[in-house]
Design a protein. Structure first.
Length: 244
C-alpha cells in the first residue's frame, strides 16, 4: 500500500482521538483513552477496504478482499454503536462470503488476482490475493510471510528441495493454506487457527482456537527436510502427501 495512504489514516486516527477527548472533557460522553483503539480500528479496516476497491478498479487487485474488509469493518462499527453484537473473533461467521465470491468468480467478476513466486528468503510483507508456489524445478528457499489475506498453494512435488532444514513460515489473517508434498520428503508441521480447520495427513482439528503438531518418522535424522509454521486467524490449513 502506498505510503501516501498511511498518512491520511494516521491523520484520521488522531482526529478521532482528539474529538473523543474533547467530548469526554466536556462531559458529553464517558470515555477513556484505553477505548480509543477499539473504536478506531473498525473505521481503519473500512478505509483500507475502500482504498483497495479503488485499486481493484485500476486492475491492481481483485474485489473479494476489499469487499470482505468493508463488510467486516462495518459490522464492527455497528457493534461499537450498539446496534448489533459482533466482535473481531466473530470473523468466522462471515465464511458464507466465500461462497458468494466463488459464485461471482464463475460469472467473471473478481478475476484480477496477483500471482507471485518468492525469490528471496527474507520477505516480510502484507499481501492479498491468490499465490501459488509450484512448477517443475521450483527452487525452494526459506519463506517468511506475515499478515496475508487470501489463498496460498505450495506444491513441492516437482520442486528442488535443498539438502538442509528449510523453514516455511506463513502467518495469515484470513484465507486458506494448501500444502502438497511428495512422500519422499521428511517434514514437520506446527499449525494453528483461531477459527477454522486444520488437516495434516488425515489428522484433523476444527473449531475455535485449534492447533495441530505433526512430524514424519525420520524427520529428526533427515538432512533434507521442511519445517512448517502455519497460522491463520480464520480459515483452513491443509497439508497432504502425494504418493509417487
Amino acid at each position: 500500500m502506498e505510503r501516501r495512504f498511511w498518512k491520511p489514516l494516521l491523520a484520521f486516527s488522531l482526529i478521532v482521538l482528539g474529538v473523543l477527548l474533547i467530548l469526554n472533557n466536556i462531559g458529553t460522553i464517558q470515555w477513556s483513552v484505553d477505548e480509543w483503539w477499539e473504536m478506531v480500528y473498525p473505521f481503519l479496516i473500512v478505509l483500507i477496504g475502500l482504498h483497495w476497491v479503488t485499486q481493484a478498479y485500476k486492475g491492481f487487485n481483485g474485489f473479494g478482499t476489499p469487499v470482505f474488509l468493508i463488510i467486516f469493518g462495518s459490522l464492527l462499527i455497528l457493534d461499537r454503536l450498539g446496534y448489533i453484537t459482533f466482535s473481531f473473533w466473530d470473523v468466522y461467521q462471515l465464511w458464507p462470503l466465500i461462497l458468494i465470491f466463488i459464485g461471482l468468480s464463475f460469472l467473471g467478476i473478481n478475476k484480477r488476482w496477483k500471482m507471485k513466486r518468492f525469490k528471496t528468503s527474507d520477505y516480510h510483507h502484507m499481501t492479498l490475493g491468490e499465490y501459488k508456489f509450484n512448477g517443475r524445478n521450483w527452487k525452494v528457499e526459506p519463506i517468511y510471510m506475515n499478515h496475508f489475506i487470501g489463498s496460498h498453494t505450495l506444491d513441492f512435488t516437482e520442486a528442488v528441495i535443498p539438502q538442509s532444514d528449510t523453514p516455511i513460515v506463513l502467518h495469515g489473517l484470513a484465507g486458506e493454506i494448501d500444502v502438497i508434498l511428495p512422500d519422499t520428503i521428511e517434514f514437520s508441521v506446527k499449525a494453528r487457527v483461531k477459527a477454522g480447520e486444520i488437516n495434516v495427513n488425515q489428522q484433523t482439528a476444527e473449531g475455535i482456537g485449534r492447533h495441530l503438531t505433526y512430524q514424519t518418522a525420520d524427520y529428526d535424522e533427515a538432512e533434507q527436510r521442511l519445517t512448517f509454521d502455519l497460522q491463520l486467524t480464520a480459515g483452513s490449513i491443509q497439508v497432504k502427501q502425494k504418493t509417487s
